[in-house]
Ligand binder design. Sequence first.
Ligand SMILES: *Cc1c(COP(=O)(O)O)cnc(C)c1O
Length: 380
Amino acid sequence: MTFRIPFNKAYIAGPELEYAAHVLKNLSTSGDGVYSKRCQSLLERTFHAKKVLLTTSCTSALEMAVMLCDLKPGDEVILPSFTFVSSANAFVRQGIQPRFVDIRPDTKNIDESLIEEAITDKTRAIMPVHYAGVACEMDSIKRIAKTYQLRIIEDAAQGANARYKGSYLGTIGDLGAYSFHETKNYSCGEGGALLINDERLIDRSEIIREKGTDRSRFSRGEVDKYTWIDVGSSFLPSDILAALLFAQLEALDEINTRRKAIYDYYLRELAPLADEGLIELPIIPSECETNFHMFYVLVKDLAERVGLLEHLKSKKILAVSHYVPLHNSPMGRALGCNGKSLPVTEDVSERLLRLPFYVDLTHSDLQLVRDEIFSFFGHH
Ligand SMILES: *Cc1c(COP(=O)(O)O)cnc(C)c1O
């Protein structure tokens, strides 16, 4: 089925093809080339990050982060169940047991007031996931991590260019991870970045990313040959993808401004339905500056969500739901994570609907989405 208004569309900032052509012309297409370095230093400069390494995805950045924290099979991590599978997979593939915690009804982020009761003598890390580019309550999470000596790995897949009390998401914990997947604000198709905020982990992060070798040091002329010195894998993207990403990162402000206009339109135009109690709209605490990653509404119940989704689909508009809570998923059950119910997670996952959101959405597209939502609720 083709949609008149799809859920997502990749955005082309302008110079993507030109930059990719530079890479091809120089016949230097592997990782850590000119454009990878440009992306990394732009991200470090703009977000005040100590060290940024491009990766093939946010998934691989999260995997690297877990490897860097030296967690062992049998250790435990605390994270929300209302998240994408990659948040949990990064730990589970290393034999680390997830402990899922419920979310806050306002931000849909991990409920910081429930973290302490989930801590056991095996807990080693907390993974806050900044849902929709709105920050978790990081001061409280940092305080808990300090008390219990836990690592903080931020899943900031949706959070590039968003802030908490002035600090950019991804730069607040020990490590942070961004996604540059097609569906995220800044994208190169498939890509990501690892932010290393604990300086003691920087050297090892370069080694793990380069197949467990000191090839990064060799490339800088610091050693005269490179060799196998640690575990690792291949986590670096081709410079062709970095060239596409650099074009997007140069347009950071423009993309943010245009996404804000879409967000503001939905928020303003749907307010009357919220005033009548028909839907709930996103809530952003004053200490959080969002990057306008997504716009969602919450309807009355699952049946109403199915109805609204189908109504929009019949008008060739694609809205999507997520997440199937991880604690109740087949893998979550196999890991024994479904013992306790997480009421807010279960409720939100049945009622949340994400509306079409991409930079090139026109005013008339937005009007159509608005009008069809109103008509579903019997309004004009
Ligand atoms: C998109 C996303 C990921 C995965 O990002 P990839 O770059 O596709 O690996 C992980 N966590 C969250 C919360 C995401 O939204």
